[in-house]
Every structure is written in C-alpha cells, then in structure tokens.
Design a binder for this molecule. Structure first.
Ligand SMILES: *[C@@H]1O[C@H](CO)[C@@H](O)[C@H](O)[C@H]1NC(C)=O
Ligand SMILES: *[C@@H]1O[C@H](CO)[C@@H](O)[C@H](O)[C@H]1NC(C)=O
Ligand SMILES: *[C@@H]1O[C@H](CO)[C@@H](O)[C@H](O)[C@H]1NC(C)=O
Ligand SMILES: *[C@@H]1O[C@H](CO)[C@@H](O)[C@H](O)[C@H]1NC(C)=O
Ligand SMILES: *[C@@H]1O[C@H](CO)[C@@H](O)[C@H](O)[C@H]1NC(C)=O
Ligand SMILES: *[C@@H]1O[C@H](CO)[C@@H](O)[C@H](O)[C@H]1NC(C)=O
Length: 497
C-alpha cells in the first residue's frame, strides 16, 4: 500500500517533537574571517541586512489517530505562531496526517485546540484534500495541502530538508529553497523510541546524515545554523554522541536518552481539557516553548532564555517529567528567537521574564503530565467505546514484552539477569545508542518480520535491540531467536502468564 516509502505520519508511530531551527545567515565578515558559525559572533548574524532574509519552517507531526491528538495539535499551534511571527505560507512546510480535525471522535469538528481554553489552531494550516472530510477556508492555492496522509513520508521530509524537488513523491512540492541570508526552523512532534523517535523507520543516523548534507551544501558561501526542538520519548538518543559541536546546529530535546517525554492537558487530570475531550491536548515540552512564544517579545528573547523557561516548566513545574537537553553548537543559543520564528508586534511590551504559565491560575493544585505511552493509552481507558480496542492493546503489549524477553534469553543465556541487563543497559552519555546503525536497522527489521511491528509500544525495546548489535549479535542470530520466540503458539496468549 504505502510501502514505497516509510511514512513519517501514521498509526503505530511514536510521538516526537522536534523543533529544528536552521539558520542560514551570511555576512561579509563571516565569510572572510570564519568558516564556522561557532567563530562568528551572533551579533553579526543578527545584524546582517545585506540581502532580504527569508524565514523557512518545517513542521512535522509524526503520529496519527485521535488518541495522539496532541501531536498534530502541537504542530498546528506552531504554525499559528509562525504566521503571527510574519513567516509566509510559501515558506512553511507542514507534514501531518491530518486525521484529527474531522475525526469522528472530535467533539469540535473542524477545529483543533492545544490548551484547555485555547482557540482553534487548525484554521489556515495546509490541509489534506480528500473525500468529504475537509472543509477549505479561503486560502491561497498553495496553501491547500502540503504533505498529508500517505504523502507524509520520511523520504519526503528528507527531500524537503535538502531542497531536492526531484526526490519528492506526492505532496505540495514545497521544499526548503533557502538563500544565503535565510533562516530555517523545524519542529517535530511524534512518539519516540531509542534511536528512532521520528515516525516509522526514521533513524537518528539518517537524520544526522541529511543535516550533514545540508551543512555541506551551504558551507561554501554561507553560515548554516540549525536549531532543533525535539520532543519525544528518549529523544536525547537522536543527538547523543552523534551531533558534533562544530556544526552550526543546536538542538534541544524534551528528554534525555533514557526517559519518556510527557503529554499534558489530559482527560480528568489537572490542568483539565474541556470535559468532552477524551484525549490529551498537548505535550509539556512543546506547549512550554509555544505558550512562551505566544505572548513574549521574541525579538528580545534568545534561544537560551527560552530554553531556561522550557527546562523549568518541563522539568520542575510538573512532578516526574523529563530532563530537557541541549546538544550541538551552543554558540547558536545566543541568537534571538525572532530570527527563526519571527516576532508578533502585539507582544512588544512583554519580555521573557513575564510569567504566562497558566498553571499558576490554580497554584494549589499539582499539575499532571503523562509519559507518551500512558498518554496514548489514556484515551482508550477514558473512552468507554474504546475498551474493546484496549483488550487488543493489552494483548499486543504482552506479546511484545514476552517475545523480547524470549529473544534476550535465547541470545544471552537463560540467566534472567543477563537477559535483563541486555534489555536495560544504557551506555554512558557521550556515546551513541549504537555503533553499527546498519546492524540496528537489520535487527529491527528481522524482529518485525518474525514477530510483527513494534508499534508505539514495542519501540521502547529499540534500545534492547541496539544493545544486541553492540554485543555482536548478527541478523542470522536475531532471526533464529525471533523465530523461536514468535512461532510459539499465541492463540491463548492472554491466558499465558
Ligand atoms: C575580520 O573582520 C574584522 C571586522 O570584524 C576586520 O577588521 C578584519 O580585517 C577581518 N579580517 C580579515 C582577515 O579579513
Ligand atoms: C535529488 O534526488 C534525486 C532522486 O533521489 C537524486 O538522484 C539527486 O542526486 C538528488 N539531487 C541532489 C542535488 O542531491
Ligand atoms: C498526495 O500528493 C498527491 C500529489 O500532489 C495528491 O494528488 C494527493 O491528493 C496527495 N494525497 C494526500 C492524502 O494528501
Ligand atoms: C569538525 O571537527 C571534526 C573533528 O573533530 C573535523 O573532522 C571536521 O572537519 C570539523 N567540521 C567542521 C565543519 O569544522
Ligand atoms: C507598548 O508600550 C508602548 C508605551 O507604553 C505603547 O505605546 C504601545 O502601544 C505598546 N504596544 C503594545 C503592542 O501594546
Ligand atoms: C512584565 O511586563 C511588564 C510590562 O507589561 C514590565 O513592566 C515588567 O517589568 C515585566 N516583568 C518582568 C519580570 O519582566
């Protein structure tokens, strides 16, 4: 069906939220004096007025399904910020499955909100054009559709980032076509997993390769700065040990390499979504940067300042959430947000010190956020009609847990401790998840072939599979172990302990 290319958007993928800001700024001084943005005082990039500066953005929601409402809501919200900031539609590329606004479960058809008392954030976002499920507002022609439904693929995302129109399959045809004075912002929302937080089969290593190409393509005569905001479970594994500090790339992730990121505004938990919503409305890391950007003067706020706001709100205002991380070239963190996301004149009088945290409206209550896997399950738990699906989900979870444990035991001996160690081992910081990414991909594929797709739940075991590669397990051994584990009778799986 959609097998020609792995979908970025789709069911069974993980939540992951990246903001990638890529700035391409050129200055005469910079060219003569420096070949690396890390040597270039940020004031030079900031003040560069040599040519017209264009701002580009790529926004990606990697999941689909009403239970993952929050990721597409985050991305639509980001679109509104960029529009208010002055970015042009022709420079904003949106990847989203676009199955939320008109989903049968949506209590407010045709709209999407990203916080409890929030306005619609769906209006104006480039939309899917299909059968009867889309109502178009009066938008410019190019604005009708970007990369929605089956066009929301990893290959298209890479083609867009590299500005390579001939590599596109379907979609609007918009790519990042940046000039020497341009900036690019990219933001990504999806589930996550060690080494592959982005959608289905988007591996950290492949993304890094694309970014490297992007850097090389522009290094000849301009400075390229790239800035990620990435929210996903284990999102740190996207950059840990992989992103060099001498590229002009600066990344912020919602979580370190071994923890979940968190959904928020979840049914029946404070801060409450409207009662008719059976799904979480946002993600804590994402809404932290966006609610900050909504009201503050981004022409007075640096990336670093916003990082501090986001880190505090994500890590400390909520109990038990994640550690926001920074990777790459720290020099870029001194730049102003407005370089990447524009600036809304209505916020001119509000500097970043001003609190906007709406949880402070009820200071006595402890806000709750849910790790991504729980956040998705909450929908099924909350919605009575979804209980039947929940039974299937439980059986899937049991199957994955069981098969991974069997495989680890087959490969590493029957000592439960050895097998557990293989599943849970976390490499020291500074080391990538895996040394041989081809092995990693092959073992994941071999597992999925024998045992079925890992899905949004099963991907939590990608670290275990990475550990197997690091321990020298090859694809034949994996096939053997997976065949053994998954050819066991599974009819009465739920009765088995
Ligand atoms: C480097 O830039 C400074 C001004 O920023 C200028 O005075 C100096 O001549 C430049 N160096 C070279 C080698 O061009
Ligand atoms: C663009 O993509 C096409 C098709 O994948 C490829 O053949 C070509 O080399 C790419 N162009 C550049 C400049 O990378
Ligand atoms: C995918 O892209 C093609 C070509 O632009 C378009 O005809 C089709 O409607 C798109 N599909 C979706 C689901 O957006
Ligand atoms: C970054 O550093 C590595 C070695 O540490 C070097 O090989 C590479 O050329 C450098 N890249 C840039 C863009 O300076
Ligand atoms: C900001 O403050 C100045 C001075 O008080 C005022 O003239 C201006 O209208 C304010 N701008 C906004 C957007 O509120
Ligand atoms: C908040 O904004 C007001 C202007 O509306 C300003 O006077 C005040 O200093 C700001 N507070 C902080 C902490 O920045």
């Amino acid at each position: 069906m959609s097998s020609r290319s792995s979908r970025v958007c789709g069911y069974g993928t993980f939540l992951f939220l990246i903001a990638l800001l890529s700035s391409i700024a050129q200055s005469q001084e910079g060219i003569v004096n420096s070949t690396s943005a890390s040597n270039l005082p940020s004031s030079i990039r900031k003040d560069s007025t040599a040519a017209e500066e264009k701002q580009w953005a790529v926004l990606v929601a990697g999941s689909a399904g009403y239970e993952n409402y929050r990721h597409q809501a985050d991305v639509c919200h980001a679109y509104q910020i960029l529009k208010k900031g002055g970015l042009k539609d022709e420079n904003i590329v949106v990847f989203m499955y676009d199955d939320i606004a008109f989903h049968v479960d949506n209590p407010r058809p045709g709209t999407i909100i990203n916080k409890p008392f929030g306005h619609d954030v769906y209006a104006g976002v480039p939309k899917r054009k299909s059968n009867s499920d889309v109502i178009f507002s009066s938008l410019p022609a190019f604005d009708l559709k970007d990369y929605t439904g089956d066009n929301c693929t990893v290959d298209n995302l890479f083609a867009v980032l590299l500005g390579n129109k001939s590599a596109l399959t379907g979609g609007s045809g918009k790519v990042i076509d940046s000039g020497p004075n341009d900036n690019i912002f990219i933001y990504y929302a999806d589930h996550g997993a060690p080494g592959m937080p982005v959608g289905k089969d988007l591996y950290a290593k492949d993304l890094i390769e694309v970014l490297k190409k992007q850097q090389e393509a522009s290094s000849y005569k301009s400075m390229v700065g790239t800035y990620f905001y990435l929210e996903a479970c284990e999102s740190g594994t996207m950059f840990e040990g992989l992103l060099p500090s001498n590229w002009s790339i600066y990344a912020i992730t919602a979580a370190n390499g071994e923890e979940s990121s968190y959904g928020v505004y979840c049914p029946e938990f404070y801060p409450y979504p409207p009662s008719e919503f059976s799904t979480c409305l946002g993600d804590i890391f994402s809404i932290s940067w966006m609610e900050d950007s909504d009201v503050h003067d981004t022409s007075q706020e640096t990336l670093q300042q916003q990082y501090e706001v986001v880190r505090r709100r994500t890590g400390f205002d909520y109990e038990e959430t994640s550690h926001v991380m920074q990777y790459g070239n720290m020099e870029l963190s001194k730049e102003l947000l407005s370089l990447y996301i524009g600036t809304n004149a209505a916020n001119d009088n509000y500097s970043s010190g001003n609190s906007t945290n709406n949880i402070e409206e009820y200071p006595s209550r402890i806000p709750r956020a849910f790790d991504q896997r729980e956040a998705t399950l909450l929908h099924f738990l909350h919605k009575v009609e979804a209980h039947r699906e929940l039974v299937g989900i439980h059986s899937h979870i049991r199957h994955v847990d069981r098969s991974i444990n069997h495989i680890a035991a087959a490969l590493f001996g029957d000592h439960e401790n050895d097998a557990n160690a293989m599943i849970n081992f976390v490499r020291p910081s500074g080391q990538p998840l895996v040394d041989d990414w081809d092995c990693f991909k092959e073992l994941v594929r071999a597992y999925e072939k024998q045992c079925g797709g890992l899905s949004w739940y099963g991907k939590k075991y990608t670290r275990a599979i990475a550990n197997m590669c690091n321990a020298g397990i090859n694809v034949e051994q994996m096939i053997g172990a997976a065949t053994g584990a998954c050819s066991l009778p599974s009819k009465d799986e739920t009765d088995r302990n």
